[in-house]
Design a protein around this ligand. Structure first.
Ligand SMILES: Cc1cc2nc3c(=O)[nH]c(=O)nc-3n(C[C@H](O)[C@H](O)[C@H](O)COP(=O)(O)OP(=O)(O)OC[C@H]3O[C@@H](n4cnc5c(N)ncnc54)[C@H](O)[C@@H]3O)c2cc1C
Length: 332
């Protein structure tokens, strides 16, 4: 295997960054993992598996081995069960499911990245989450040096989180999805329903392909293209508070809230826009003028500059409202 020293993250991730990793290699086949683990032990390096780098923020030189996931393959287990290698491109796989009449992922069209990264933060969009269609996940456990299979219920899925989110012990090798053959079409998300109404589409005749196309159309309209304006999608999570936590806040500002089960959800985009950050640029970093949740890097910049900028937003909103925004992507 080829282990390359001092490799730039700019070749591996969506953001424009000057940071580097001490070592880099590609993972093309599962049987290469033993060699990767031996190399990392010999050099005393932490292993970091990445996919397309659309949800990572390198904040400093990574003293470790970045493993670029290129594991490919889609295997049909039965008519409703599919095992997908973790390096497959997410959007292409979603399109594949729609084509093969396997339903449940169409609302997640056009989310960048790989299949294997999807469970890490339980990717979600337009009223749907990947976890609803996952049956099990096959991982390589770096601690025990063995393959481990986790059922969906063991993965700790929640809003933009899972047991994998803050734990680097697992390399996800494949994800097994269980599809429904005739699920209801899900257009509960307001902007999706608005788009349907705007186009005078008869809801009774909507197909899963229509939802896939509509979601793709909306995303192209509202989100800046990360290849043109380097970004990692939502940089901040929406805020979910219990009623007790919410009642303790001393909010003097008018802030819309949404009920989510027993909890209260506050739109991070609303807060960022309200306090004037949308479209604001400082040096090489800024908030997109297209979408308030999206932090954009304009020129090559350091992780420190990105963090300083995002901390200014977090601190100002905390000071003004008592609400603490959390960063969504993985900081490295
Ligand atoms: C324009 C844009 C829009 C986006 N929209 C959405 C959205 O609507 N909803 C949403 O949820 N996210 C969204 N994202 C975030 C991102 O697309 C997802 O988080 C995606 O799953 C990241 O995939 P990736 O392969 O690029 O992961 P990477 O950025 O390479 O990695 C992300 C994290 O996953 C870990 N990881 C990756 N692969 C594996 C593996 N095989 N095993 C173990 N750990 C692994 C990495 O170590 C890292 O911690 C968006 C990003 C962009 C740029």
């Amino acid at each position: 295997m080829n282990f390359i020293e001092d490799y730039p993250f700019s070749k591996l991730c969506a953001l424009k960054t000057i940071e580097t990793t001490s070592f880099f290699c590609e993972l093309n086949e599962i049987n290469q993992i033993e060699e990767i683990v031996s190399f990392s032990k010999k050099k005393n390096l932490q292993i970091l598996i990445i996919g397309e780098g659309t949800n990572i923020v390198p904040t400093k030189t990574f003293q470790g081995l970045v493993v670029f996931n290129k594991l490919l393959g889609i295997k049909k287990i039965d008519d409703v069960t599919i095992e997908v290698a973790s390096g497959e491109n997410w959007h292409e796989f979603v399109e594949w499911t729609v084509k093969h009449k396997m339903f449940g992922l169409e609302n997640l069209a056009l989310i960048p990245g790989t299949v294997g990264a999807g469970p890490i933060q339980n990717i979600g969009a337009y009223g749907s989450e990947i976890s609803s269609s996952i049956k099990k996940i096959t991982c390589f456990n770096l601690e025990t040096r063995s393959v481990q299979v986790l059922n969906a219920s063991e993965c700790g899925f929640g809003y933009r989180t899972s047991i994998f989110k803050d734990c680097s012990d697992y390399i996800i090798l494949s994800v097994t999805f269980q599809f429904k053959t005739d699920p209801k079409i899900n257009y509960s998300y307001s902007s999706l329903e608005d788009e349907i109404n705007k186009n005078n589409i008869n809801k009774d005749n909507l197909s899963h392909r229509d939802i896939f196309n509509l979601v793709s159309k909306i995303r192209k309209k509202v989100l800046p293209d990360y290849k043109e304006f380097p970004n990692v999608g939502s940089f901040f999570k929406n805020v979910v508070l219990t009623k007790e936590e919410f009642n303790k806040l001393d909010i003097t500002e008018e802030i819309p809230v949404y009920l989510e089960g027993d909890n209260i959800k506050i739109s991070a985009a609303f807060l960022i826009e309200k306090f004037g950050w949308k479209g604001f640029r400082e040096g090489s970093v800024g908030i997109s003028d297209q979408h308030a949740l999206v932090l954009v890097t304009y020129d090559e910049t350091s992780g420190e500059e990105i963090l300083q900028f995002s901390n200014k937003i977090i601190n100002q909103i905390l000071f003004m409202t008592g609400i603490k925004l959390e960063i969504e992507p993985t900081l490295i």
